[in-house]
Write a protein that binds this ligand. Sequence first.
Ligand code: HEC
Length: 178
Amino acid sequence: MASQEANKIAGAILMSGLIAMASGFIARSLVVPVELKQLAYAVEKPDAPAAGQVAAAPVAVPPISPLLAKADLAVGEASAKKCAACHTFDKGGPNRVGPNLYDVVGRKPGQVAGFAYSKPLMAVAEEWNYEHLNKYLNNPKATIPGNKMAFAGIPKPDERAALIAWLRSKSDSPKPLP
Ligand code: HEC
């Protein structure tokens, strides 16, 4: 009886299909997926955390104060060209991608009228004193996570000192050196 054989074979195929399906359902109902709230292991994130996250650990940068007195203003002025795409430095200069930086030394962050600062920058209470500028200009992203200054930073302490000394000179009455 060939047709009976064929029926048996077809039945067997159908049955095994059903068993496979059923075991899939059962397996899924037995294994409850657990959504991880945090990654099981930490992944280093080079980018700034999303707004609202707590600031990363402070970056250790050697103090700039000892270098300011002998800083070369001409070197600072040349270095400031790296900022000029986004900032103006003269009194009453316009805001560009970044705010005008005339008289920034000693100023509280986020004070230039008409410039839309980021929330993380507005939340910074410490004024732009020499060491604060030193840290920020060394690594803007790490110093104020989530701020919107898209600039990698100036890693060389001598150049940073020269730039900060030059920024200090851009003022009606430059703040005293430390
Ligand atoms: C690609 C554009 C860009 C470059 C280049 C850049 N900045 Fe900025 N800067 C910004 C922006 C945008 C902000 C505002 C950040 C915010 O609101 O989070 C800012 C903010 C600042 C502030 C804070 C000002 C305030 O009123 O609180 C300082 C200081 C500063 N920049 C200094 C510099 C210096 C010095 C350089 C050059 C070494 C530089 N920036 C290069 C875009 C730039």
